[in-house]
Design a protein around this ligand. Structure first.
Ligand code: 5AD
Ligand code: SF4
Length: 440
């Protein structure tokens, strides 16, 4: 039986793709291993969003060369955005890689496996499909017992917004919306496998549009929200240009929508937003946020921010900082701009010096940490419902899980909680990273 090792870098989209690839391998009779030295095929699903992501992938490829040297029959397959972006250079930089498949090439995956001698067309007997580790750090992967509680379901693929800093439209190609019946069938399948939370995925879910029925994202939410037995429905990512009141209104009618929204702002300066080709002003962005706050009080708003975009001045940066300091977001992912070859911003000048980008990053991070901690503190003494992730990685004598707001909660591991998908917890302590509490 062919043994496959899978390691995933990057976003949830890659995690979902890895699941799909692993399922295809399983359906051809492969099994999975967590140690690459035991594998016949090593699959790395890679990310190219920032330079750091690339550096990590090349570092890992170096380690896997040593593994391959010890097991010369093994094959190394590189998938994902870096496989697409570095198609021309990877085989020179890492000639021990056997094949590359970009995100639009996954239709060829089974063919590659059969060329490598994966002969069977039957899943392994008596085996239920379960991927041991789709996550970045194989040693610290999600606990198998709890991994199926959350399922990722693609609703769109690709992106054609071409924000000037972003490599994704080049690696993942133009937008495609998935047939609502296919989406529904996958959700039903995940629910039968025990999922309690469904996360709808797309680079820009708000541009969902089904040609055949005219269904848009708001309509899709209403349709999917009616599926019985679904505890939590959530989605990632929205583009503020396409995010509209209909989506907020649809969310307000859903009993099972998780109370959180991710709406990447990227910058607080109109000049920078225009340079990024984001297609909205900060005033328009904040208007949408105001409607969201009015209709969905108590929800958590999260965002992505880039500091040090080329030409960003101190005054531009201070506008971004001011939005964060006002406590606009419950949480934020803040990035230093990283030039991506082939995107318009990479050749824009002047580029912001590295030290300056780091200074700006730290300042926005500090402001956001204060806001995030205040948000967490607001739960002290409250009862929160937590979807379990399994024993805490930092302290395996306790359980960890997530609230509907997506706050990490650590709680006692005992007879009541050790195997329970949900736990009701009273929050007792607040930290930057989340909450700790006792069983209610
Ligand atoms: N540099 C830094 N951050 C980037 N992102 C996308 N491209 C870049 C880049 N070149 C960030 C954006 C996006 C998130 C997923 O990654 O904030 O929303
Ligand atoms: Fe990249 Fe912009 Fe598309 Fe998001 S919307 S994937 S930032 S191009």
């Amino acid at each position: 039986m062919t043994r496959v090792y899978v390691q995933t870098f990057g976003c949830q989209m890659n995690v979902a793709d890895s699941n799909g690839l692993a399922h295809a391998a399983w359906s051809m009779g492969c099994s999975f291993v967590t140690d690459p030295a035991q594998a016949d095929i090593m699959l790395l699903n890679t990310c190219a969003i920032r330079e750091k992501a690339e550096t990590r992938v090349y570092g890992r490829l170096g380690q896997l060369k040593t593994v391959k040297d010890g097991n010369p029959g093994a094959k190394l397959l590189v998938c994902g955005c870096l496989a697409e972006k570095d198609r021309a250079v990877m085989l020179r930089k890492a000639p021990w890689v056997d094949a590359l498949l970009g995100p639009r090439d996954y239709g060829r995956f089974k063919q590659v496996l059969s060329e490598w001698g994966v002969a069977s067309d039957e899943p392994p007997p008596d085996a239920v499909f379960s991927l041991p580790s789709a996550e970045d750090d194989p040693g610290e992967s999600a606990h198998a017992e709890f991994a199926h509680l959350r399922a990722l379901v693609n609703i769109t693929r690709g992106c054609e917004k071409f924000c000037t800093y972003c490599i994704v439209p080049y690696t993942r190609g133009p937008l495609e919306s998935i047939d609502p019946e296919v989406i529904e069938a996958q959700i039903q399948h995940e629910l039968r496998c025990g999922a309690r939370e469904i996360m709808l995925l797309g680079q820009n879910v708000n541009s969902y549009h089904d040609e055949a029925t005219g269904l848009d994202f708001a309509g899709l939410l209403v349709r999917l929200g009616a599926i019985g037995g679904l505890d939590r429905l959530t989605f990632l990512t929205s583009h503020p240009k396409d995010f509209n009141r209909d989506v907020v209104d649809a969310l307000a009618t859903l009993p099972n929508a998780a109370p959180r929204m991710h709406l990447p702002m990227q910058a607080g300066s109109d000049r920078v937003l225009a340079a990024m080709a984001r297609l909205y002003t900060i005033e328009e962005y904040l208007e949408k946020v105001a409607y969201f706050r009015e209709r969905l009080p108590g929800w958590a708003l999260t965002t992505d921010i880039i500091v040090g975009y080329p030409t960003e001045t101190e005054a531009d940066f201070l506008e971004t900082l001011a939005v964060v300091e006002r406590g606009t977001f419950e949480s934020a992912f803040i990035f230093a701009y990283s030039p991506r070859a082939g995107t318009p911003a990479a050749t824009m000048s002047p580029q912001v010096p590295k030290e300056e980008k780091i200074r700006r990053l730290q300042a926005v991070n500090a402001a956001q940490n204060d806001a995030t901690r205040r948000f967490h503190e607001s739960f002290i003494g409250e009862r929160v419902r937590v979807l379990a992730q399994g024993p805490s990685k930092k302290d395996p004598t306790r359980m960890a899980g997530k609230t509907g707001h997506n706050i990490t909660v650590v709680y006692p591991l005992d007879d009541r909680t050790a195997h329970a998908p949900f736990a009701d917890i009273v929050a007792e302590q607040a930290f930057n990273w989340g909450l700790a509490g006792r069983v209610a």
